[in-house]
Design a binder for this molecule. Structure first.
Ligand code: F6R
Length: 233
């Protein structure tokens, strides 16, 4: 794993935007995208850049199960607000959290990933080491699945909801095998609350108790960290 540590998140974001540009220059057309606080500075800088995604496809990691795509806290809305409405892609895929055919939706999403192999995957990381919503114990060979969010993830996500009891407890998430199939992976982590998960990912064993540790098996991974997230390395 290549590890880059920055004093300022804005510089970490600029570095990430350069990786997007380099990937596009090399012909990348499919981008795996994440939600959450961490990638927001990257999306802000992508919006401000002259990178053109109009011939590109995006595939998001996950969506809350049980939320309509027009729910203000859905990941559909998050992506529309932070990126897609300002920087459109040719086609943007997210799981349908309101599906009434769950097996069909999981299969549909796997087919999308198969039909559009991901050139560059952006990841955040949970305090418990989750990537996507693959919580500790998730299968290393997993594809798109319905996942039960852990209490710590539900609590972390509650900051986005006015009523914490409204935080969904399940999500549809790409699996660890799907994430690992991306040609290039960039994991961003900001803040000392991510330091333990980063230290376990980098220095600990490969174990599904720390789902991000699966990245050790991948040959093109960059961790982009601030000083806080790097503080236990
Ligand atoms: C989001 C996702 C999650 C987040 C992680 C960190 O699509 O898949 O793995 O990346 O929970 O969230 P933030 O960035 O809000 O700390």
């Amino acid at each position: 794993m290549d590890i880059k540590i920055f004093d300022k998140q804005v510089d970490a974001a600029s570095y990430t935007v350069k990786i997007f540009q380099a990937a596009i220059d090399q012909g990348a057309e499919v981008f795996g995208l994440a939600t959450g606080s961490t990638p927001i500075p990257v999306y802000d800088q992508l919006v401000a850049s002259d990178i053109d995604f109009s011939e590109c496809v995006s595939i998001n990691l996950d969506e809350y199960y049980g939320l309509n795509s027009d729910h203000p806290q859905s990941y559909h809305q998050f992506m529309a607000d932070h990126l897609f409405n300002k920087k459109p892609f040719k086609k943007s895929y997210l799981p349908d959290g309101a599906t009434d055919d769950l097996p069909g939706e999981l299969a549909r999403y796997d087919q999308i990933i198969q039909a559009h192999p991901i050139d560059l995957q952006i990841l955040g990381i949970g305090e418990n080491g989750h990537i996507g919503f693959n919580e500790p114990g998730a299968p290393m060979d997993g594809h798109t699945q319905l996942v039960q969010l852990t209490d710590s993830t539900i609590q972390a996500n509650a900051r986005f909801f006015t009523d914490p009891s409204q935080v969904p407890t399940q999500a549809i998430s790409m699996g660890l095998a799907s994430i690992s199939s991306a040609k290039q992976i960039v994991l961003l982590a900001f803040g000392a609350n991510k330091a333990d998960a980063i230290a376990k990912t980098v220095n600990g064993p490969l174990s599904n108790q720390v789902p991000a540790s699966i990245l050790k098996k991948h040959d093109n991974v960059t961790l982009i960290l601030d000083q806080g997230a790097a503080s236990q390395l």
